[in-house]
Write a new protein. Structure first.
Length: 273
């Protein structure tokens, strides 16, 4: 088990215990380990200590995740802090089956990190309906509207925060449940990298076309291209509606014909009897 990022700059002098650097201790402990588990975002991929300095192209301490140091597969339980249930479930799986659970490309167990937070968010219905909090404390924020426009990173962060409460403190003890946007702490390249207020990238979930767009240009009329696109969508929708009505009419006529045929056959049978 490893917790915390591993400083690599200047031969690892930023973390030494008893004359050994964190790099040396990690390699010694992991050499004969049956499995290596990195708990927390720092151990998983560097976390906050790996944030790049504005004055250089790396972090001040060169902090990195466990897998980067060992150069071999490591199971990661990211989060800042990580959900203890994800860690316990993974350990129990290993003790029971003698192997780690199925992992994604970043070493995260799929049972906990295969779905976007946004997919099962308690505020998802507001997102789909185009209801957003625009400022902290405004009417929408107080009514529990979607926090996407305040910078919520749920649409690009894989974790089960929205479905599994943290510890035993209840189900509303995660950021979105408390009224603060998700900062993507469990996602490499998102947490501690993107500004908290920056609008998230939509990976695979978008609102239905009939609802308002999630990002509206301010002070600009619709462009010709966008108007044409809307017209095309509307035309396609109208065409689909016509085809649906036509198909329904055809199916109804076919059904009536079958009924008439069946009724005629029944009458012939009775006459013959």
């Amino acid at each position: 088990m490893v917790e915390g990022a591993i400083p690599t700059k200047a031969n690892g002098i930023y973390c030494k215990v008893g004359g050994q650097t964190a790099i040396e201790m990690l390699k010694e402990c992991a050499a004969d380990a049956a499995a290596v588990i990195a708990i927390g975002s720092c151990a998983s991929w560097g976390g906050m200590p790996s944030t790049i300095s504005p004055l250089s192209d790396s972090s001040p301490t060169g902090s990195a995740g466990v897998a980067d140091i060992l150069g071999k597969p490591v199971m990661t339980i990211p989060g800042c802090p990580p959900n203890p249930y994800n860690f316990l479930a993974a350990v129990v799986h290993f003790l029971t089956f003698g192997k780690l659970p199925e992992l994604d490309k970043l070493g995260r167990p799929k049972f906990a990190y295969s779905r976007l937070i946004h997919e099962n968010c308690e505020r998802r219905a507001h997102f789909d309906a185009g209801r957003f909090a625009m400022e902290f404390g405004d009417s929408g924020h107080r009514q529990g509207y979607c926090l996407y426009k305040l910078g919520c990173k749920g649409p690009e962060t894989y974790a089960n925060c929205s479905t599994l409460g943290f510890g035993d403190a209840g189900e509303n003890n995660w950021p979105v449940g408390c009224g603060h946007p998700c900062i993507g702490c469990s996602e490499k390249g998102v947490g501690f990298q993107k500004p908290i207020h920056q609008v998230a990238k939509m990976l695979n979930v978008t609102p239905p076309l009939q609802y308002p767009r999630i990002v509206e240009e301010q002070g600009k009329a619709a462009s010709f291209a966008s108007a044409a696109a809307v017209a095309a969508v509307a035309g396609a929708a109208a065409g689909a509606a016509i085809m649906l009505t036509r198909n329904l009419g055809l199916s109804h006529a076919a059904e009536e014909a079958e009924r008439a045929k069946a009724a005629g056959k029944s009458a012939d049978d009775k006459a013959g009897a």
